[in-house]
Design a binder for this molecule. Structure first.
Ligand code: 1HN
Length: 346
């Protein structure tokens, strides 16, 4: 049973002031606010960022702000429910669209928040992470986990754009967010994306092998797409044709806080994702999709991004009757599972 609790206004003003003078506040006027009945209050609003409108503004940023003045030339996809200045897509997720022009270089640094990049458009750019030079092609997922040096370069002829996903809001909230600038990295031999490209067959542990906590930094879209297509063909009755980006050594999530997945919607398929506690981000890699999130319906085309608050079901519909659509998903489930607050409410 939920009782009406006393309000701050019910207390004598001089008593409240005496409390304040001691840096003390009464709990009961705020108790329901921090602990609402049955379901959390969520500031995260269903929000759609259409790429068609974002891209010209990002290219304009390329004219207005040289890379030296930006370090990372990014337009942040901010959720209005949190306030745009908070730069949050959800409570734990940050999203940004980053532009790198031909010949530009985004200098080496490392930081405590974990990042990934989902490549949206353009050829010829690369990112060097922990000494490993990772080419960027459309749909590739590249990790820059906590503490690893990373820098971006571009040898091609056209603008390159990618989506950054970070756990920055959470790490910032923890007062654990900081960066260190560094020198250009020496590119080392050895590429995790080659060594671990074939699931189930991993390099045998021998003493020479370095024990890297993140052995695979680049997940090629060609491999992820082939895995989805094989899964779909092999399981004609399977509804949720989805793969998880994992650490190939541990089988666990690719990073510690956010989870990353690729989903294939069969031609014309409508898929209801159950209401689970973590917030989610959806980004269309290929195809055309309608996303039904709470009371909003988003018509999403290639390179569009949207987000959904936690504890809400989401229905994704492939608007292509004759072709599959492919969606990149980021969510907060590794965090929720580790903290013991993960729920699936169906
Ligand atoms: C960062 O390091 C990058 O390295 C992109 O490309 C976006 C947003 C906040 C903090 C660090 C990058 C970032 C970021």
């Amino acid at each position: 049973m939920t009782h009406e609790l006393g309000r701050l206004e019910d207390l004598p003003e001089n008593y409240v002031q005496d409390l304040r003078d001691l840096n003390v506040v009464p709990l009961w006027p705020s108790l329901r606010g921090v602990l609402p009945p049955h379901i959390p209050t969520r500031q995260t609003q269903p929000t759609h960022w259409p790429y068609k409108r974002l891209k010209p503004l990002l290219l304009k940023a390329g004219e207005l702000t040289p890379i030296e003045k930006a370090e990372r030339r990014v337009l942040v996809l901010a959720n209005p429910g949190h306030g745009l200045d908070k730069m949050q897509a959800s409570s734990a997720m940050y999203l940004g669209m980053q532009l790198l022009l031909p010949g530009e270089w985004a200098p080496s640094h490392r930081h405590t928040p974990n990042a990934v990049r989902m490549i949206v458009e353009g050829e010829g750019a690369y990112t060097t992470v922990d000494g490993e030079k990772c080419p960027m092609h459309r749909g590739d997922l590249i990790l820059t986990p906590t503490g690893l040096w990373h820098e971006h370069g571009h040898d091609g002829t056209d603008p390159v754009i990618w989506l950054d996903v970070l756990d920055l809001p959470l790490v910032y909230y923890m007062e654990a967010s900081y960066h260190v600038n560094g020198e250009p990295q020496k590119v080392l031999t050895g590429r995790g994306d080659r060594q671990y490209a074939h699931g189930g067959v991993v390099p045998t542990r021998v003493f020479e092998r370095s024990q890297k906590p993140y052995p695979m930094l680049r997940y090629a879209w060609t491999d992820a797409k082939a895995a989805l297509q094989a899964l779909a063909e092999d399981n004609p009755a399977l509804e949720q044709v989805q793969v998880t980006y994992t650490n190939p050594e541990t089988g666990g999530d690719a990073e510690n806080i956010l989870g990353f997945y690729a989903l294939m919607l069969r031609p014309g398929q409508s898929l209801r994702l159950p209401a689970r506690s973590p917030a989610q981000v959806f980004h269309v890699i290929e195809g055309e999709v309608q996303a039904q999130i709470v009371n909003r319906q988003f018509h999403m085309v290639e390179a569009d991004t949207c987000c959904a608050p936690g504890y809400e079901a989401v229905t994704l519909t492939n608007l292509q009757a004759d072709k599959a659509s492919f969606i990149f998903i980021a969510d907060e489930s590794p965090l929720h599972r580790k903290l013991g607050v993960y729920e699936n409410r169906g």
